[in-house]
Design a protein around this ligand. Structure first.
Ligand SMILES: Cc1cc2nc3c(=O)[nH]c(=O)nc-3n(C[C@H](O)[C@H](O)[C@H](O)COP(=O)(O)OP(=O)(O)OC[C@H]3O[C@@H](n4cnc5c(N)ncnc54)[C@H](O)[C@@H]3O)c2cc1C
Length: 397
């Protein structure tokens, strides 16, 4: 089989890059996807929030693509009639100690172009009557909620309509042979250009091309609890309530988010996981578990930041511990309002094996005929349509 562009992975990054390539006139694209349908990994297992670019330092790729991606994704949802709830989000403080970080976030948000406002306790109550905050909160107006699966399926339909893009499901990339051919579990495929958008396998695929040598994935599991439909808070919470995060790690902290169907999810956690698809307690622990454990141990011994995540996050499997965190964000939450949800996702977090640090930004590496999207962590769903433009500029350039 032959194609002009071969894309590995039909997550949001692969699909939006294919869309951008078609917009630029490419008419022979093959996407191979190892699963039988879209959305079985991060792109279908996330919180569905379109972020606004509040958290990221202005020099980062995240900052440069998040808000623009948010605007493009909103436009797409409006054009296609897909669910889009523009409810905004509140970032609330648990104590006065967190106020300097809140002000820093307001600063970053302004630099990144986000529409935010510091609001006092009274205004906070008007926006979200149940939210708790100390002195003030940050009201982020660009934040919105979408249905990730509807977005993925809509993109798939658009792409495959006129034959310029073919998506081959149940087809897994295995290896590269020479410079223009790959082996898969099906047939060999020849290509002119190769795009790696394989999500939590991005490092493994890039290594086959001799790239991303200093990067390896250490997966973190995001589990969610959910407000029972008949709990009073499930009606009262209007949108999204987030804590002030620790800016030195890439996770935003357990938060409340109301999805497009009115369900309020609480989560996700960032629990060190032992496989790239380790969604269950044991299910998904794979033969890389020992390697991942050793990487985790190394980080644990050398990185105070990772140490605190590794010690605190696994406790959130335990309801009282999860409840203790969640109840700091809202008033009136009782333990029996929460039920465990089967929703779980893996954050494909890259570590830099040279520096022994967690990478905070998206990373793109390329050679003469391939490009690799690495560290596609949150907010990559939000950023995807803008990131696709940047990746295609690099392909073109
Ligand atoms: C719990 C959680 C919550 C999140 N919340 C948000 C949020 O609210 N907002 C936001 O913007 N972002 C959020 N994110 C991040 C966002 O979901 C991801 O950054 C984004 O979906 C990454 O997309 P992707 O296409 O790179 O990866 P994926 O969706 O994982 O797609 C990669 C695809 O490649 C396929 N693949 C892998 N290896 C091969 C192979 N060898 N051959 C063929 N196919 C292969 C996989 O099957 C998969 O379908 C969240 C992530 C998690 C885990």
């Amino acid at each position: 089989m032959e194609t002009e562009v071969l894309i590995v992975g039909a997550g949001i990054i692969g699909l939006t890059i294919a869309r951008e390539l078609v917009n630029r006139g490419c008419s022979k694209i093959l996407i191979i996807e190892k699963e039988h349908k879209v959305g079985l990994h991060a792109s279908g297992r996330n919180s569905g929030i379109l972020h606004a670019g509040v958290y990221y330092t202005p020099d980062s790729l995240k900052a440069r693509s998040c808000l623009r991606g948010n605007i493009l994704m909103k436009e797409y949802c409006r054009t296609k009639g897909l669910p889009l709830i523009e409810s905004g989000k509140l970032i609330v403080t648990k104590s006065e100690d967190e106020l300097p970080i809140l002000y820093e976030l307001a600063q970053r948000a302004h630099s990144n172009g986000a529409n935010v406002e510091l609001v006092d306790e009274k205004a906070t109550r008007e926006i979200e009557p149940c939210a708790r905050t100390v002195k003030c909160a940050l009201w982020v107006k660009n934040t919105a909620t979408i249905d990730p699966l509807r977005v993925l399926n809509s993109l798939l339909k658009d792409l495959t309509r006129d034959g310029k893009v073919t998506v081959l499901f149940d087809c897994a990339f295995f290896d590269i042979v020479g410079s223009n051919e790959v082996t898969t579990n099906k047939e060999r495929i020849r290509f002119n250009y190769f795009v790696n958008t394989s999500g939590s396998y991005c490092d493994r695929v890039a290594h086959k091309f001799g790239l991303a040598k200093h990067y390896r994935i250490v997966p973190f599991k995001g589990i969610y609890w959910k407000l029972k439909g008949d709990s009073p808070l499930s009606k009262k919470i209007k949108g999204n309530i987030y804590p002030v995060p620790n800016l030195r790690n890439p996770f935003l902290g357990v938060h409340f988010s109301k999805n497009c169907f009115g369900d309020v999810y609480v989560g996700p956690t960032a629990i060190p996981a032992f496989g790239r698809e380790h969604y269950g307690i044991v299910k998904g622990i794979d033969k890389e578990a020992v390697r991942i454990f050793l990487d985790d141990l190394n980080l644990f011994l050398t990185q105070p930041q990772f140490r605190s995540v590794a010690l605190e996050e696994p406790l959130k499997y335990w309801k009282p511990c999860f409840f203790r965190d969640a109840s700091k964000l809202v008033k009136g939450l009782e333990m029996n309002h929460l039920e465990f949800s089967s929703k779980a996702g893996i954050r494909p977090q890259l570590i830099n094996t040279k520096k022994k640090t967690l990478e905070m930004d998206f990373i793109v590496e390329q050679d003469s005929n391939s490009i690799h999207v690495l560290n596609p962590i949150s907010p990559a769903f939000t950023a995807s349509m803008d990131l696709a433009i940047k990746v295609c500029d690099l392909i073109g350039g």
